[in-house]
Structure formats: structure tokens, C-alpha cells
Design a protein around this ligand. Structure first.
Ligand SMILES: [Zn+2]
Length: 379
């Protein structure tokens, strides 16, 4: 069994009175987090027990927090420091900027089919919410709710709830479909599956948008003012979010358009010299490795939820090898004409398909190899 956690997002419906109360609670919660963050930064104490002992009374008096909320504040700050220490390996003081509120299941909040009940500075409040897509999670024998996060975006309140459940681990002998997934620039992905069908997601719009961002960045870089630097940062963040959203949609479609127990085969780009594929588009280069990696992570995560698997295979020769006879020769591929023509058997195809077909074939080989029982081979 494998444990899977998905994040369910619901929108809370709040009347103006409740809005005021939620705002106040979130804002005070955030202030309290910064207070504790400051203390931890000076003492390097990350133990819930001792932090509670020192800070509990102050937090309750100074911030008028309920007992349970006090505990959650301390937990939130500890968790944030742990992440920072793990990633940055040093003590950096986190600042809690956005109003937020971390809610422990059954203590700070509870959820029924039609009601969200939450602890506030003035006690418990019950609020309706938009339950679309949520009802399936109410089977408590399967799904467990974790510590949720209440956030406010553009005047609306959302609750992000981690939902954990057990899933039968995907087994190679259950695989019923193999899909070669070739990531690229002209096509975000080209695919080839067990039904011998190819699929393409065009990369044209993405190429144009990235060119637009890059041009904007260049113009701003010439300015060299503080505000230009700020804008460069904002644009970078916006571009990342936009790219992540595309990867989300592409990986979602890949998983949804294929049956359960599918084996997705990707190129392993981690060891390749040109892992940062630099592709010339007109007069500039785009680096795409970050985005490739992001797509990979999203596909792995989503595939798991459908008992499917992702493997990564040696990327060498995937564009030069003939998927029919296996003949390998650089001249098989005519890059300019976007044409693949095997010098041995004469097989012809669009060259963007070839990568996906070869990955598919490597996936089939992988399955065959893994079915060979462990036997002692005679010398
Ligand atoms: Zn051939």
C-alpha cells in the first residue's frame, strides 16, 4: 500500500460579518506567527513543548488567541523553520506576510457535507461552502483530512485541505498500456501509445509567450532602476506560475486520456550534458530544463493516483534510431525537413514522432526485461 495525499480546495461562502471575523482571525494569527518566528530565530528552539512553555501565556494575552490556535501558531512556525533549514541549511527568519490560518482537523476546524466549522477569535463559526467535487472525500474509512490552510485570494476565502488515502501500489505485471512521452519545444509533448496512436501538444503558443516575457525582461534590464528590478522579479514569478499551470494541464490530460495501469516512459535528462536544452528561436535561446522537470514531477504525482507508473530511460539516440528496424544513424533524421527516413529499411515519419516511438519501444523492452525471472546464468 502506498499513501497518497491530494489537496482538496473549497471556496468558503461568508457573509460580511463573518468576513470581518475571518479577516481579523487570520491577521492576528499571522502576527502571532511573526512573533513566534522572531523568538525562534533568536533562540533556535524548535521544540513544541518548550516553546509552548515560554510563549503560551503571552500568545494568549497579547493576541487573544484561543488555546488550540496558540498551539497551531507554534506548529506553523516550527514547520516553516524546518523547511528552511532543510532547503537552505541555515537559520533564516521567515516573515509571514500573507494573512493565513493553519487549521488542525477536528480541533480548529471540521467539515461536513454542507458546513465548514472554524475556530475564530470569537469562538466557533459555521459557514456554508461550495462543495463541488468534495463529496467523495467524506468516506472516513478511506479518506483522512489533515491540517488545512485558510487563505484569502481576491476577496474570497479558500480552504486547502490535504486529504490522505491508501492506494494499492502499481504493479508492473498489471500494466496494460505503454506511452512514450517525448518532451520538446515544437511540441510540449509528443506521445506514442500501445494502440500505435500518436498525440501532440503544440508548443507554438508557449514559444511565443516565452519570447514575449524574455523581450520584456531585456527591456527592463536596460533600465537598471530599482522598480525595473522589482518588475523583472514579478514577471519571472508570473511566467513560472503560467508555465506550471500548463504543465498541470498537460500532465492531467496525459493521465486522464490513458487507462489505469499505464506505464509512461520519459527521457532521463538528469545525466545528460545538454540537460538544459538550449534551443535557438530566432535570435534568442530558451532554457527549458526547469519546465521539463516540473512536468515530470506533476506527471509522477498524477500517475500514482491512477495506479500508473512513470519510468525514465536513457535518452541517447531517441531521435536517430529507427523505431522499426533499430538501425542507428545520424543521417536517418533530416532536421530541416522535420523528416525521419531510415537508411536501412526506408521507414519514413515526421521526426517529432520518432522520439515518442522510441521511448515507447524502450518501455516495452523494460517490461519484457523485468519479467525475466532471476535465474543463475551458466558461464
Ligand atoms: Zn529502419
Amino acid at each position: 500500500m502506498e499513501q497518497i495525499t491530494v489537496t482538496a480546495k473549497i471556496q468558503i461562502s461568508a457573509a460580511s460579518d463573518d468576513k470581518g471575523l475571518l479577516d481579523e482571525t487570520m491577521s492576528v494569527y499571522t502576527d502571532a506567527c511573526n512573533y513566534v518566528s522572531d523568538y525562534v530565530f533568536h533562540t533556535h528552539d524548535l521544540k513544541q513543548f518548550s516553546l509552548n512553555k515560554v510563549l503560551y501565556a503571552t500568545l494568549r494575552e497579547k493576541f487573544r488567541l484561543k488555546s488550540q490556535m496558540t498551539q497551531s501558531v507554534v506548529k506553523t512556525v516550527i514547520a516553516r523553520y524546518r523547511t528552511i533549514l532543510e532547503n537552505q541549511k541555515e537559520w533564516i527568519k521567515p516573515f509571514f506576510k500573507k494573512a493565513q490560518y493553519d487549521l488542525v482537523w477536528n480541533r480548529d476546524y471540521s467539515l461536513t457535507q454542507n458546513c465548514f466549522s472554524v475556530n475564530t477569535l470569537k469562538g466557533r463559526v459555521k459557514l456554508p461552502y461550495f462543495a463541488r467535487g468534495m463529496s467523495k472525500y467524506f468516506d472516513s474509512t478511506i479518506y483522512k483530512f489533515g491540517t488545512a490552510k485558510l487563505v484569502k485570494k481576491q476577496g474570497k476565502y479558500f480552504l486547502h485541505i490535504p486529504v490522505t488515502y491508501d492506494m494499492e501500489e502499481s504493479n508492473l505485471c498489471d500494466i496494460c498500456n505503454v506511452v512514450g512521452v517525448d518532451r520538446g519545444i515544437n511540441f510540449v509533448v509528443a506521445t506514442y501509445n500501445s494502440k500505435h496512436k500518436s498525440g501532440f501538444v503544440s508548443g507554438k503558443a508557449i514559444k511565443q509567450k516565452r519570447a514575449h516575457y524574455s523581450k520584456l525582461r531585456k527591456e527592463l534590464q536596460m533600465c537598471q532602476t530599482a522598480s525595473a528590478r522589482r518588475r523583472i522579479k514579478t514577471i519571472g514569478q508570473r511566467e513560472n506560475r503560467w508555465m506550471q499551470d500548463i504543465n498541470h494541464q498537460v500532465s492531467k490530460a496525459l493521465v486522464e486520456n490513458n487507462p489505469k495501469h499505464t506505464l509512461f516512459v520519459l527521457e532521463d535528462l538528469s545525466g545528460v550534458r545538454n540537460a538544459t536544452e538550449r534551443v535557438r528561436t530566432k535570435d534568442r535561446y530558451v532554457s527549458v530544463s526547469w519546465s521539463f522537470y516540473d512536468l515530470e514531477q506533476k506527471l509522477i504525482y498524477k500517475a500514482k493516483q491512477k495506479q500508473s507508473s512513470v519510468i525514465k530511460v536513457d535518452p541517447r539516440y531517441t531521435s536517430q534510431c529507427c523505431p522499426v528496424c533499430g538501425h542507428m544513424e545520424r543521417a536517418n533524421r533530416n532536421k530541416k525537413m522535420h523528416l525521419f527516413c531510415c537508411k536501412n529499411c526506408g521507414y519514413q515519419s515526421n521526426d517529432d514522432r520518432i522520439g515518442a516511438m522510441n521511448l515507447y519501444r524502450k518501455g516495452i523492452n523494460y517490461l519484457e526485461d523485468s519479467q525475466v525471472p532471476d535465474t543463475v546464468t551458466a558461464e
